[in-house]
Design a protein around this ligand. Structure first.
Ligand code: HEC
Length: 722
């Protein structure tokens, strides 16, 4: 996805200027970097957000429920310029073909505990994701260092019952001059897509195709390599992908479509062609060329990055992967051309796509069905592929002929806001997922419900708070001047209730969740207005390290400066060493045995490891007592007798259920939480002495430096351990 370093904030715009006649309703808003959408047979929508939330949306009332939060590694706002795992997160979702009976869904996410992306199946329990139900299907080792990008991660079931997953080349695109990232030098793996997309023995940069089973998965017939072929992986359906965004499967022919976000070169040079984005079509398994070809098979020469010299040319009909880090075949299947390809400049072949930034995506294939409630296009448009572009904010109709070749192209929608995914419901409704205005950390993603225009546009409505307890529906109008009915709903994460009708509502007991007013006209078109009771976010702190070090070693002293604190006296700056598995992993944690023990002794009712609760966080207890030789005695007796004063006014009751031996175990575990951590307190400017290496720590991890102050959101930065 990350391709243009120079992307800016795109102006918010909410009205799609459709060239085909459509009518539209925003059925979900305030989404946070939504990545993929899938539609349940009931008509409800499931959406995943990059940082881990899974939402269910009830489109006819606009209700949104958080049905689970998956622990993932993802770029977070507290560390927004981190070089680490920039495009990781919760990436893809699809539901089981038998979802109605088995309540199963599939997620593809960046595991926080290991350096890999994981495809897992989860089962809903009373509508919520049961994390304990996780059944791992496939794990794909991944790099997270040095600005590697391109994880793709789209999931889709075909009507053939097979599960398709797109994966990116997991390569840094910024250090190869906008041409092919084929830097074969040792230590440059992160800039070498010959190890991934061009490697027949690696699952990255691919479209994978498997048949899930109870135990895992089977390999269907017709994938690119026969099972057992040396130096190949049988899961591969398509190889040679860069960042294949949004898979789409033709429901009749099973042909696979996907967009391909292409490299950056503005114009051709001696090391390769201009970068092109692609819309691809695979009727059968094949090699789509990357990193040896792009667009309509424009070949890249093989460049020796040590000398800058060209060592050979690529023959698209018989491409060779010469990489010394290639663990797969040297001779690759012939490369295939894209179906549609376009550079930054105007396209000679596809002038309708326009020019400028590009992130090509593939949408659904439309078939006209007279029996269905809605048909977005006419009968003449039967068998039309919808394509769209995340940067150009447009969608196109691509008419296909009986051989699935392009026979025409027209603009379908304009004025979108980073269109990210598009799905067709059983009744023909189209749902368009829009990512939001910015590259990361959006809170204005949304879902647009698109219907054919039947001469009836949706009414308009907004909510105004007129007193502490009264809300009015304002600016209510209908384009066709028909009478509009208004219903009010209140929803929390788990429930949605109709709470009234009419222009005004009085509520006395609601202080959280979301209030909605839905305006509906006599023909059933509707709009949703929202009012959130959630508290606005706290202002963030900023922390800077003197000299902006890229790395730091154990025991080193760092000079820091914190700004933006509301109360300077409460500033606390901590550094923690985290082993090299992932930057959301390795937080202070208890062993499973200790977790079991403190759970059974009810300690967690008042204590968390790393957030303040009724009692102090255990991490802080650990920091306070770790060099106190009397700590064990003091804390053991405190547990026995209880009492207040060490942390505040609230007393801890005596913990009578805890035996002496258990107390020793628990207190040892609490005191051990701060191993590998250090802290400085109370000043906006100062020194932080990094701790010595913990006895058991693996090297090459990272330093997490966190600044906190009361009334502020915390700041977090990460730098490498030297
Ligand atoms: C009902 C709430 C509650 C429960 C249950 C509870 N604690 Fe506490 N705990 C507190 C409070 C409040 C404090 C702060 C007391 C103070 O300020 O001296 C505290 C303090 C502590 C301290 C630090 C003591 C000090 O003097 O610095 C430790 C250690 C601790 N608790 C461990 C435990 C353990 C272990 C359990 C479970 C066996 C437990 N707590 C259960 C509320 C609770």
């Amino acid at each position: 996805m990350q391709k243009n370093l120079s992307h800016g904030i795109v102006a918010a715009c909410c009205i799609a200027l459709s060239t085909a006649a459509t009518s539209e309703t925003i059925v979900a808003s305030n989404l946070r970097d939504p990545m993929e959408i899938t539609i349940a047979p009931s008509g409800d929508l499931f959406v995943v957000e990059r940082e881990g939330r899974v939402l269910r949306v009830h489109p006819t009332t606009g209700a949104m429920f958080v049905i689970g939060t998956i622990p993932v590694t993802a770029l977070r706002i507290q560390e927004k310029s981190s070089n680490w795992a920039r495009e990781d997160g919760l990436l893809g979702i699809t539901i089981d073909p038998a979802f109605e009976t088995n309540q199963r869904l599939y997620l593809y996410y960046s595991a926080p505990d290991k350096m890999l992306n994981r495809l897992s199946r989860f089962t809903l329990n009373e509508g919520l994701i049961d994390l304990k139900s996780e059944k791992m299907i496939l794990e794909i080792p991944t790099d997270r260092r040095d600005k590697v990008c391109h994880q793709a991660g789209s999931l889709s079931f075909g009507t053939d019952g097979l599960l398709y997953l797109s994966t990116g080349d997991n390569t840094n695109p910024f250090e190869s001059g906008g041409v092919a990232p084929i830097d074969d030098r040792d230590g440059r793996d992160h800039c070498n897509a010959m190890r991934s997309a061009g490697n027949t023995n690696d699952l990255r940069g691919k479209v994978l195709r498997i048949k899930p089973t109870e135990k895992g998965y089977d390999i269907p017939a017709g994938n690119l390599f026969k099972p057992g072929t040396p130096k190949t992986r049988p899961e591969i359906f398509v190889m040679g992908c860069r960042n294949p965004f949004r898979l789409s499967l033709d429901p009749k022919t099973h042909t696979v479509y996907w967009g391909e976000v292409g490299p950056d070169a503005n114009s051709p040079n001696n090391k390769g062609p201009a970068g092109h984005d692609e819309v691809n079509q695979a009727k059968t398994a094949g090699n789509h060329g990357w990193p040896f070809c792009v667009g309509n098979n424009k070949p890249y020469p093989i460049v020796d990055f040590a000398t800058g010299k060209i060592t050979s040319t690529t023959d698209p009909a018989a491409p060779i992967n010469p990489g010394t880090h290639n663990t797969g075949l040297r001779e690759l299947p012939p490369a295939r051309s894209a179906l549609i390809w376009y550079p930054y400049a105007d396209s000679a072949e596809f002038p309708l796509v326009g020019k400028g930034g590009r992130n090509a995506m593939a949408g659904p294939v439309f078939y006209f069905d007279a029996k269905r409630k809605y048909n977005i296009f006419n009968k003449e448009d039967d068998h039309t592929l919808i394509t769209y572009d995340w940067m150009r904010n447009k969608a196109w109709k691509v008419k296909l002929d009986a051989q699935e070749n392009i026979s025409g192209m027209t603009v379908f929608l304009e004025g979108l806001q980073h269109p990210m995914d598009m799905e067709v419901a059983a009744d023909g409704t189209i749902y368009l997922l829009e990512y939001g205005s910015d590259w990361y950390f959006n809170t204005n993603g949304k879902i647009r419900r698109i219907l054919p225009d039947q001469g009836n546009q949706a009414p308009k409505i907004a909510i105004k708070k007129t007193s502490a307890t009264q809300f009015d529906a304002v600016d209510v109008s209908d384009p066709e001047k028909e009478a509009v009915t208004i219903k009010w709903y209140h929803s929390t994460n788990t429930t949605d209730k109709e709470i009234g009708k009419g222009a005004t509502i009085t509520i006395s007991d609601i202080t959280s969740g979301e209030l909605r007013a839905v305006a509906t006209d006599p023909k059933g078109s509707y709009s949703v207005a929202r009012f959130s009771f959630e508290a606005p976010a706290l202002p963030p702190l900023t922390i800077k390290l003197a000299g902006k070090p890229a790395s730091a070693s154990f025991g080193q002293t760092l000079n820091y400066e914190v700004s933006g604190a509301k109360d300077q006296k409460t500033i606390a700056v901590r550094a923690r060493y985290i082993p090299p598995t992932g930057h959301d992993a390795g937080g202070p944690a208890f062993s499973d045995d200790v977790t079991k023990l403190i759970t059974s002794r009810q300690c967690l009712a008042c204590h968390q490891i790393d957030t303040t609760s009724v009692g102090p966080r255990y991490f802080d207890v650990s920091m306070r007592y770790r060099s106190d030789s009397q700590a064990m005695e003091k804390l053991r007796s405190k547990l026995k007798t209880g009492g207040a004063g060490a942390w505040g006014e609230i007393p801890m009751p005596p913990q009578a259920a805890v035996s002496d031996q258990e107390a020793t175990t628990i207190i040892n575990a609490i005191l051990g939480l701060s191993a590998g951590s250090s802290e400085a307190k109370g000043s906006a400017k100062g020194q932080l002495i990094l701790p010595p290496a913990p006895a058991s720590a693996a090297p090459n991890g990272a330093w997490e430096i966190i600044a906190e102050a009361s009334g502020n959101a915390r700041a977090r930065i990460l730098i490498n351990e030297k």
